[in-house]
Design a protein around this ligand. Structure first.
Ligand code: MRU
Length: 352
């Protein structure tokens, strides 16, 4: 199965290469990202999106921000510029913790090397190596999620997913879709119902695109059809991704996820959240502490260039919602499947 290259580093060109997801599904365009400003824009306008992918983008973005600083710069001045660049990039989107996690990791690496009195070129090199490490770890984590989720899908013929938590939201296999891809590698095709996911249609444009390309059966539905799909017994489970998971298991994911979780509970359908360790933020107690991004009203009133609401109308456009932990059957992670009680079990899995 050939994989889409969502985000990569080209050492030949010394640039980050990513798929411009705003152009999907009609055009598969790879963009060279050469500066931190271009990376900020790519994250902000969702050329690159999905929590793990924006984490990787953030790590490469910091490198792009410092690579042209003169090698003659004093270390203390270098670190102060580095801090400013990192803060700037971290302000691109607020909800997915992976962005801050990855930026923090490359910063720690650079500062450790600076403390060891390494030269500026060596610090730059070390920072890029750390970003590459994050990229390769992500590939491994996604595969692990796929393998760990597979036993849960033994008797499952069809699932429903919301937004895109597939290969295009990560470096390779995805999170929610990883078990579906691993099952397909073993010759078992699981049908995916993809919520189109208003307002930006990540389900219709991106999930449907990547599954169709991979030869996995996929049916797109409008978000308001999920209840009917469940009531008719067309899906046996729901699997979604996550942008940030609090210590008690409350989970922020694309707006609409909460509603899907409530519906799943009503229909006695298991609701799984698939996520790598980098999406768990055990520093916050509950979902109340997760900052929720609010985006432009035009995404709702004039989506994809067509005015669909009166000019000047009031709009509420949160990009994410928080699903209370009580609706979640289990987390599928790279460290195994984590069942309730989440407060205890997440700590056990992630605070070793
Ligand atoms: O606004 P987006 O497209 O970045 O939102 C993405 C999601 O909500 C995904 O479900 C989440 O980041 C998990 S991706 C593995």
């Amino acid at each position: 199965m050939s994989r889409l290259k969502t985000i990569e580093w080209s050492s030949k060109k010394d640039v980050c290469v990513l798929i411009d997801q705003t152009q999907l599904p009609l055009k598969l365009i790879y963009k060279n990202i050469k500066t931190i400003e271009e990376m900020f824009d790519a994250i902000k306008v969702l050329k690159v999106r999905g929590a793990p992918a924006i984490g990787i983008a953030g790590a490469f973005g910091v490198y792009l921000g410092i690579r042209n600083i003169s090698n003659q710069t004093k270390t203390s001045e270098f670190v102060s510029i580095l801090n400013k660049k990192a803060d700037y990039l971290a302000s691109s989107r607020p909800t997915a913790v992976n962005l801050f996690w990855a930026i923090n990791r490359v910063m720690i690496k650079a500062k450790t090397l600076a403390d060891l009195n390494l030269s500026i070129p060596e610090i730059k090199k070390g920072l890029l190596e750390e970003a590459l490490k994050i990229l390769y770890e992500d590939k491994r984590m996604c595969r692990k999620i796929g393998e760990n989720g597979l036993p849960l899908l033994k008797k499952i013929k069809a699932i429903l997913t919301h937004c895109n938590a597939g290969g295009l939201a990560t470096s390779e296999l995805g999170t929610a879709l990883a078990p579906i891809y691993v099952a397909a590698e073993q010759g078992r095709l699981i049908h995916v119902f993809a919520d189109e996911t208003r307002p930006l249609l990540q389900g219709a444009r991106i999930t449907a695109f990547e599954l169709q390309k991979a030869g996995i059966p996929v049916t797109v539905i409008c978000d308001n059809m999920a209840a009917t799909v469940m009531a008719r017994g067309l899906v046996d489970a729901v699997i979604v991704g996550a942008d940030r998971i609090a210590a008690n298991g409350d989970t922020a994911n694309k707006i609409g996820t909460y509603g899907v979780a409530v519906l799943a509970k009503t229909h006695n359908i298991p609701f799984y959240v698939a996520a790598p360790a980098s999406t768990f933020d055990l520093s916050i107690k509950s979902g109340k502490e997760i900052p929720i991004e609010e985006r432009n009203s035009e995404e709702i009133t004039c989506g994809f260039g067509k005015q669909t609401a009166p000019y000047g109308i009031k709009v509420f456009n949160p990009a994410f919602d928080v699903t209370p932990a009580k609706y979640i059957s289990a987390f599928i992670t790279d460290r195994g499947v984590i069942a309730p009680p989440f407060l205890q079990n997440l700590k056990k899995a992630f605070l070793k």
